[in-house]
Design a protein around this ligand. Structure first.
Ligand SMILES: [Zn+2]
Ligand SMILES: [Zn+2]
Length: 345
């Protein structure tokens, strides 16, 4: 089968590898659509190496059809359309037992310890099936939307960690695919206003299209004055940092209201270090939270929102490339000219 094989940092190519064989308690998925995530780009470039094997097949946002079902697996049929929650929590560690399975200390995941979605076929390990990580999708949900349930569930986790709710003014910093999901979710959560800061004009336009109340170009307009004006001088209730630029953290903290929350959602570039004027946090009683992956309940919620048409993920996917054109897909991702870049066999 064709697969994008990662041999090492900045060394990846599409080639033929053996089609996976499954054990009696496993499922083989025929990939129909996989999405390239910002994290994948960091993995490809060697900027994220935790749990990454060389050579391996990465890709953790995928949807496809069941191709084979092991004899011992019940409840699944060949031909069913499924989306896969790639993160498998251990269920026994401190994090899992204290209600934070998304931050499982022994997690395994497709696209990391197990080969992922940038291939024609994906072996779904027994632990993944047993954990309830497969979601069946109706015909009405596209393969693209199915693949994007994974990042959507991460965004649900981020907004929940930030405590986003009714009547909040939410600032989303960065209108990439993830920022655009946050815009839609913040509206669903009951936000009064969703303000987006984004220098790219195409992405600003998309942000308005998916429901932003106001978009600001921070290179042309002072974001701090805009937030002051829009919040009667109070500051934003919730701020989602959806772009991994460490130097943006300090100025962003100053846009938050007293007692508000800043969620550092993105994975940050480089060492992730930056200078923070900590008295901004101290005197304003700002809550700073992180967010990693998703709980299975977030994934199921995301799938339900997609199935019921509450959220439009197809709008966020702009390009589809064949696995064989992966280099071009990678360059398109890097250029920022599109939004979600999808792969198909
Ligand atoms: Zn991702
Ligand atoms: Zn665990």
């Amino acid at each position: 089968m064709r697969a994008v094989v990662l041999n090492g940092p900045n060394d990846f190519t599409t080639k033929d590898i053996a089609k996976p064989t499954i054990a009696a308690d496993e499922i083989l998925l025929k990939m129909e659509r996989a999405a390239i995530c910002g994290t994948d780009i960091r993995i490809l470039e060697g900027k994220k190496t935790k749990d990454i094997r060389y050579p391996s097949v990465i890709g953790h946002e995928m949807c496809g059809l069941i191709d084979q079902v092991g004899d011992q697996v019940t409840g699944y049929q060949v031909g069913e359309k499924i989306a896969v929650a790639n993160v498998i929590p251990c269920g026994n560690c401190f994090s899992c037992l204290s209600g934070r399975e998304n931050a499982c200390m022994n997690r395994t995941a497709l696209g990391y310890q197990y080969d992922g979605g940038f291939a024609e076929y994906v072996r779904i390990p027994a632990s993944c099936i047993r954990a309830g990580n497969l979601v069946k999708l109706p015909d009405s949900v596209s393969f693209t939307a199915g693949a994007l349930i994974e990042p959507l569930s991460c965004c649900i986790r981020g907004l929940k960690n930030a405590g986003t709710g009714f009547n909040d003014t939410v600032l989303v910093v960065g209108a990439g695919p993830i920022g655009l999901m946050h815009v839609q979710l913040a509206n669903i959560a009951g936000a009064r206003k969703v303000i987006v800061s984004e220098p790219n004009p195409y992405r600003r336009e998309k942000a308005m299209e998916v429901g932003a109340s106001l978009v600001v170009d921070p290179t042309a307009e002072d974001l701090a004055s805009a937030i002051k004006r829009e919040t009667d001088g109070v500051g934003a209730d919730v701020i989602i940092v959806a772009i991994g630029v460490p130097s943006l953290v300090n100025p962003t903290l100053k846009l938050c209201r007293k007692g508000g929350t800043v969620c550092l959602f993105a994975g940050f570039a480089g060492t992730g270090e930056c200078t923070v004027e900590v008295n901004t946090i101290h005197y304003n009683e700002i809550n700073v939270c992180g967010s990693t992956a998703y709980k299975r309940s977030d994934y199921l919620a995301a799938a339900e929102m997609v199935k019921t048409g509450k959220i439009d993920l197809d709008k966020i996917a702009t390009h589809v490339f064949k696995l064989d054109d992966f280099q071009e897909a990678y360059q398109t991702c890097k250029s920022g000219s599109g939004l979600k870049i999808m792969l198909e066999p």
